[in-house]
Design a protein around this ligand. Structure first.
Ligand code: MG
Length: 292
């Protein structure tokens, strides 16, 4: 199943993506929660109800008539990994990490799969990072990697948008990785049963149609399951948490000369079996200034 969050007719709710159509779960399975974190917290019975709705002749909406949102509107946590592909470690001029280099993106950065993200007012040093991400489906702690697949609800695409000067001018990445709009996710959470091996997926990124990144998740240094074990050694993972696994080589900032993102660019990321996200880049609009 492809789990989505969408807006239509003045409300935002969850559904299922099937080709160019959307099963509206609020209509097809009215007993289910209408928000993704609550849906995931409801566990396997909720997934079974959704699957039954997909298999029935529930009415469909045209995909063109809805607006796709981040599949998890406000993830409890967004955790990311730096330097997790050898070619990206090399282009960054760094040493291969002995331990996963974990950092947070703030949950307020979560953004829709086709929505424009911002060149911030504070910096023009803006870059993309195409990444495989996954969404936690079960509250868990101390999960051995052999059992990690049990806690992963499904897989999605992340653009780990990065403000390079803010990322690198202090010892932690928190600010430079967390500007509003800088975590496009989607288009759907593809449930784990449809991704039998998350470590064999082609991943590609284009800017304005020019291919910038092309790799495969078999090259991950710390794979999805190892990351679940590592993270859950320290803290509880919860339904809706997003873990994004790092980017391969080909980011813009280290090109010679650098190819930074500017207003008017379009970034597309595709991963086998999941789909693609495509976000325009715009200058941060004036209305983001607000107090209260
Ligand atoms: Mg990254």
């Amino acid at each position: 199943m492809k789990l989505i969050t969408f807006s239509q007719g003045g409300s935002t709710r969850i559904g299922l993506l099937e080709g160019n159509e959307v099963v509206d779960l609020q209509a097809a399975a009215p007993n289910l929660p209408t928000e993704m974190v609550a849906f995931l917290e409801a566990g396997d019975p909720a997934l079974d109800s959704a699957r039954a709705a997909l298999d029935s002749n529930s009415p469909r909406l045209a995909l063109a008539d809805v607006h796709l949102e981040s599949p998890v509107l406000r993830p409890p946590k967004i955790l990311a990994v730096g330097l997790n592909y050898a070619d990206h470690v090399a282009e960054a001029g760094m040493e291969t990490p002995k331990f996963p280099m974990i950092f947070n993106k703030q949950s307020t950065a979560a953004h829709g799969p086709y929505d424009p993200f911002h060149v911030p007012r504070a910096s023009a040093v803006l870059d993309y990072e195409g990444e495989l991400a996954y969404v936690i489906g079960k509250r868990c702690r101390h999960v051995p990697k052999e059992r990690a697949a049990e806690v992963i609800a499904g897989y999605t695409i992340c653009n780990d948008v990065s403000v390079r000067d803010w990322q690198l001018r202090v010892p932690t990445f928190t600010m430079g990785k967390s500007f509003d709009t800088h975590c496009p996710l989607g288009p759907a959470i593809v449930t784990s049963d449809e991704i039998p091996d998350p470590h064999s997926l082609d991943l590609r990124t284009w800017v304005n149609g020019e291919q910038r990144q092309s790799s495969n998740t078999k090259h991950l240094i710390f794979d999805c399951y190892t990351l679940v074990e590592h993270l859950s050694t320290a803290f509880t993972l919860e339904p809706g948490d997003v873990i994004t696994t790092g980017t391969p080589g080909g980011v813009g900032a280290v090109m010679s000369p650098p190819k930074l993102l500017v207003d008017g660019d379009v970034v597309k990321i595709a991963i086998d079996g999941i789909g693609e996200i495509e976000n325009p880049v715009i200058d941060e609009p004036a209305e983001t200034i607000r107090i209260g």
